[in-house]
Write a protein that binds this ligand. Structure first.
Ligand SMILES: Nc1ncnc2c1ncn2[C@@H]1O[C@H](COP(=O)(O)OP(=O)(O)OP(=O)(O)O)[C@@H](O)[C@H]1O
Length: 731
């Protein structure tokens, strides 16, 4: 195990702790050097402005004509004096105080009214939206500075009137931004739920909409307050804001203009202060925006890179990698060393018979035949070189000072035409493991900290970006759970398949279109030619998933990674999609890594199963053996959670407790706290994935014997008969 954290906290007690350990917004801002610099500069300026009354400064309005235009560093006047002999340092500090108060107040007023208008217009829609937005458009039709001048002309010159003018001209900016977000939110299900719960519009606006738009308001505020200070200074510069003798930065700049050539420091000093304030606010505003963006809250403020970062000192599994003596067809077990150089082509049997995989016991197809002798079993997979051979994969998330071990030394092997089912509870690390293969885990915060990702003998963790780009969507393709989220909403499905084809094959558009139509036919989409023009939202969930499968097949992949592709579908459509995927992989000899939490689905499609828990493979073996007589108590409990059709009297169990937090994995067996067979030795040291019986290998010191029941747990009639039929609903 790689890991730093070895306390025995369980997940149950750590959620609050975890939350506290997540870097705070403030910590994230400090992580961003520019934002931290902005904060430091602004902090000093604000401190000086707030402390103005207690600082030993001269009266900012006291004139001294005899001492006019004194240079910098004059005696008693650090920043010199202005044309009336007033102390520049004192005027600068007091003027900054005024400018900051006016700028921030104008921003708050604009944010308050603008956001309220945006929220009401966006939520109410219809005529209210039309009227409010047309009024806002009317205001935006004038150049804002002209509008501000007109407002001050009507209200009369003065600092407070300048504040109103600046606030008013900025109201549309907030209103438009917030209205845009609110329109999207108002159609979301949680708002429907709030309506159904009987809440009135005002309550919904306050308790459901406002919290969702608040980060945007704060971000908009932080990025516009600098502008507002600048605009207020502009009005004062023109003599419409602060009136003599009161100083603000704009009026000081205006005073300096008259002696710009004889005493340039008079205008340079307030000009520099405006620059510092606006720059520091903008830098800080950008930092706040990044810190408040939930996608970037994980420790670094950089955008995710093209592929997952691979740690420089990546831990490499030795040939004596844990479990190395396991049967070679164990999904998460042990594997022959990766063949050097190019491996045989897909489906090709190593003619020499000396291939690392050539002497492996039968897997995949045999397992299926054993389960009912399904036709079309691929025999080449029994001897072919693995398409995928993952060794000791460790993927971590680095969040602040915490390290979350999502994949914690995972081994996987899949051969051509074979389907490996990766099963486990939510959060066990299935998706992260799958995403790590092609470097799709976002970095930051994701890091591949150890292991090899062998694809036909090549370690993908080491492969150049160009190679990864060529493989993605080419030899290795993905099918995700929610096609509506992964298909582009604005392009027809035909165009998207054509694009997928042409990204990897030098085909003219016509030829690619023909191929796309053939693919839609292949995945049995009726009226393929017409459906080519359909937008994703015009298709049913099942059809959309077929389109995703067609896209995944577009470039004749050797490995398909299917991440819960049927979870969002109803059982009948699910069965069709599974059948389709099963047939296609057999016909095309494609290896499939099928991720699911549903043992019913596993029994339908997988040749072998790897069960994951807390980032590790805890049991592997042929599907039939795992489903009939698992050795690991966790697998047994997972299977017992699945309802079996026709057995209404069978007690359904849930696995009690919760998995340990990935940043606090306990020593020994991570399942110990939830296991009815736990003994003292389970909580000590490393537990290897050991050979059990048949094809089974389990990471357990006290495995179940064939037919043995879990103490207190339900063992259905005839031990080991708790195998889901494939028609059940997942827990
Ligand atoms: N982008 C991320 N940043 C931080 N932690 C993450 C991120 N993605 C996943 N994790 C963490 O990694 C662990 C494994 O997550 P993963 O999505 O692989 O689980 P899973 O088994 O696929 O669950 P599910 O079936 O719900 O999809 C979880 O603890 C999860 O919180």
């Amino acid at each position: 195990m790689s890991g730093a954290a070895t306390t025995s906290d369980t997940g149950a007690g750590t959620s609050g702790k975890e939350r506290r350990e997540r870097p705070s917004t403030f910590a994230l801002i400090l992580n961003n050097r520019l934002a931290a610099a902005g904060l430091a500069v602004l902090g000093l300026i604000v401190l000086a402005a707030v402390a103005a009354p207690i600082l030993p400064l001269a009266d900012p309005n006291a004139t001294d004509p005899a001492n006019r235009l004194a240079p910098l560093l004059s005696e008693g006047h650090l920043l010199g004096t202005d044309a009336l002999g007033r102390d520049m340092l004192s005027r600068l500090v007091w003027g900054t105080r005024v400018s900051l108060v006016v700028g921030f107040s104008a921003s708050l007023i604009a944010a308050l009214f603008g956001s309220a208008i945006g929220l009401v217009a966006g939520y109410a829609g219809g005529r209210s939206d039309q009227i409010l937005m047309r009024l806002i458009d009317l205001m935006m039709a004038f150049p804002y500075i002209l509008l501000a001048l007109a407002i001050v002309a009507i209200l009369g010159p003065g600092l407070v009137n300048a504040l109103y003018a600046i606030a008013i001209v900025n109201v549309p900016f907030f209103a438009r931004n917030i209205r845009g977000i609110t329109v999207g939110l108002a159609r979301r299900e949680f708002v429907d739920a709030a309506r159904l719960s009987g809440k009135g519009p005002l309550t919904i606006l306050w308790s459901d909409m406002l919290p969702n738009v608040l980060p945007t308001i704060v971000i908009t505020l932080s990025t516009t307050v600098g502008w507002m200070i600048l605009e207020t200074a502009g009005l004062s510069f023109l003599g419409l804001g602060a009136q003599p003798p009161q100083a603000d930065l704009g009026s000081m700049l205006g005073d300096g203009r008259k002696v710009m050539f004889t005493a340039p420091t008079i205008s340079l000093v307030p000009g520099l202060m405006i620059f510092l304030i606006v720059m520091s606010i903008n830098l800080l505003g950008d930092g706040i925006r990044d810190a408040l963006d939930p996608r970037l809250r994980s420790g670094a403020l950089a955008r995710p890179s093209f592929r997952t970062k691979v740690a420089k000192g990546r831990r490499m599994p030795g040939e004596d990698v844990e479990g190395a003596d396991l049967p070679a067809d164990a999904g998460g077990g042990v594997h022959p060393p990766l063949p050097a150089g190019n491996s045989p082509a897909r489906g090709e049997i190593d003619g020499s018979g000396t291939s690392a995989a050539a002497d492996l016991p039968p897997c995949g197809g045999d397992a299926r035949q054993g389960r009912g002798g399904l036709p079309g079993t691929n025999t080449s997979s029994q001897t072919a070189t693995p398409v995928l051979a993952v060794r000791g994969l460790e993927t971590e998330f680095h969040m602040g000072s915490e390290v979350y071990h999502a994949s914690n030394g995972v081994d996987l092997t899949i051969r051509p035409g074979e389907c490996l089912g990766l099963v486990g509870e939510s959060g066990s690390g299935k998706s992260v493991t799958a995403m790590s293969l092609m470097g799709l885990v976002p970095s930051p915060p994701g890091v591949i900290a150890g292991g090899r990702v062998g694809f036909k003998g090549e370690d993908l963790a080491d492969a150049p970006d160009k190679r990864i780009r060529a493989l993605r969507g080419g030899a290795v393709s993905h099918v995700f759970q929610d096609p509506l989220a992964t298909l582009h909403p604005l392009f027809s499905v035909g165009d998207q398949i054509v694009e997928a084809i042409r990204a990897h094959q030098p085909l003219f558009k016509r030829a690619a279109e023909t191929k796309a139509r053939e693919l839609l036919d292949l995945v049995r989409i009726p009226n393929a030619a017409q459906r080519m023009k359909a937008l994703p939202h015009e298709l049913s969930g099942g059809l959309r998933q077929r389109v995703s499968i067609a896209m995944a097949l577009a470039n004749d992949p050797e490995l398909i990674i299917a991440d819960e592709p049927t979870t969002a579908l109803d059982v009948t459509v699910q069965a069709e999609v599974l059948r389709l995927l099963d047939t296609l992989r057999r016909e095309r000899d494609t290896a499939v890594l099928f991720i699911t939490h549903d043992f019913g689905v596993v029994s339908e499609i997988a040749d072998r199963v790897a069960v994951m828990y807390a980032g590790r493979i805890v049991e592997t073996g042929a599907t039939d053996e795992i489903l009939t007589d698992p050795a690991h108590p966790y697998t047994r409990m997972l299977i017992d959670c699945v309802p079996v059709m026709g057995e209404p009297e069978r007690r359904l169990d849930a696995v009690p407790g919760r998995p340990p937090a990935a940043n606090r994995l306990p020593p020994g067996c991570a399942f110990a706290d939830r296991c009815p067979r736990v003994e003292a030795d389970c909580r000590k040291g490393e537990i290897g994935l050991e050979d059990e019986r048949g094809s089974l290998a389990a990471r357990c010191l006290h495995p179940l014997a064939p037919g043995e029941a879990l103490a207190g747990g339900p063992i259905p009639d005839g031990a080991g008969s708790g195998r889901p039929s494939g028609r059940e609903v997942s827990p």
